[in-house]
Design a protein around this ligand. Structure first.
Ligand SMILES: NC(=O)c1ccc[n+]([C@@H]2O[C@H](COP(=O)([O-])OP(=O)(O)OC[C@H]3O[C@@H](n4cnc5c(N)ncnc54)[C@H](O)[C@@H]3O)[C@@H](O)[C@H]2O)c1
Length: 254
């Protein structure tokens, strides 16, 4: 067991949506703590670019992975097992957002949001869970949201549906693997000031609503989410399963 700094030493951690705003911070934190990080996202060259910014890129790996494709999950998990012989943690981080209300959402966009955020998370658990078990046990971290639990700003209906499912699937899978040594937890960020989010919303009414609804009066930082991922992925949390952790500046306490 490895706890404290360097607590992910030699653990193999597979991360989806790794080149996005929060993903990049998670990759850096996991690498800093000694993990072998399997960086996956839609664009493989962006994954390789990210690897090259890490201290020892040769310790890590990059793969293209569309999480909504079962074939791609099978191929990537097999490739990672071939390369590292194990996976100790999966971070199901990939998702796409939506802002439309229950009235305005379109069927096509609904299906995409659910296909990536919800179905992609299930496929990740289905294909990585058995390998984590064969690797001696470990952790699945499902990136959720405050919108998996509360109504937020009354919009983003498809995203809320996907994240609500992530929250309950997490508990269901945690019970399935409880005795097998595979822990499954959900992590619920509030609004996080990532470059893509700021680019889209900074200075708008929505940005003001995000700040107003956050009791701490500021948006979160990607590093603050990465720190919680490091806790859940490693051996500091060996008795934590089926749980939900909020890093939301107090949003869900209000
Ligand atoms: N930023 C926030 O305020 C916030 C708040 C709560 C929860 N979250 C959650 O955190 C996670 C990361 O969010 P982010 O802010 O970094 O988003 P982001 O949009 O910056 O990054 C998402 C990443 O997912 C990738 N992606 C999209 N479709 C994919 C697919 N089909 N297969 C694989 N990868 C795909 C994108 O290429 C991108 O790199 C998401 O699950 C999101 O719902 C974010």
């Amino acid at each position: 067991m490895s706890v404290g700094p360097d607590r992910l030493r030699d653990k193999v951690v597979l991360l989806t949506g790794a080149t996005g705003g929060i993903g990049v911070e998670i990759v850096r934190r996991l690498a800093d703590e000694g993990a072998h990080v399997v960086v996956t996202d839609l664009d493989e060259s962006a994954c390789h670019d990210l690897l090259r910014t890490l201290a020892r890129p040769e310790r890590h790996a990059a793969h293209a992975l569309d999480v909504s494709s079962e074939e791609q999950w099978e191929a990537v998990v097999a490739a990672v097992e071939g390369q590292f012989g194990a996976v100790h943690a999966l971070v199901n981080n990939a998702a796409i957002g939506s802002v439309a209300t229950a009235e305005d959402e379109t069927r096509a966009h609904w299906d995409r949001v659910i296909g990536i955020g919800q179905t992609g998370t299930w496929l990740g658990m289905k294909h990585s869970g058995p390998l984590i078990e064969r690797s001696g046990g470990g952790s699945i971290v499902n990136m959720c949201s405050i919108l998996g639990t509360v109504g937020g700003l009354g919009n983003s209906v498809a995203y809320a549906a996907a994240k609500g499912a992530v929250r309950t699937m997490t508990k269901n899978a945690a019970l399935h693997w409880a005795k097998a040594g595979v822990r499954v937890n959900s992590l619920h960020p509030g609004f996080i000031a990532t470059p893509p989010l700021l680019e889209r919303w900074e200075g708008t009414e929505r940005h003001r609503e995000m700040l107003a609804g956050t009791p701490m009066g500021r948006l979160g930082r990607g590093e603050e989410i990465a720190a919680a991922v490091a806790f859940l992925a490693g051996d500091d949390s060996t008795f934590v399963t089926g749980s939900e952790i909020y890093a939301d500046g107090g949003w869900t306490a209000a």
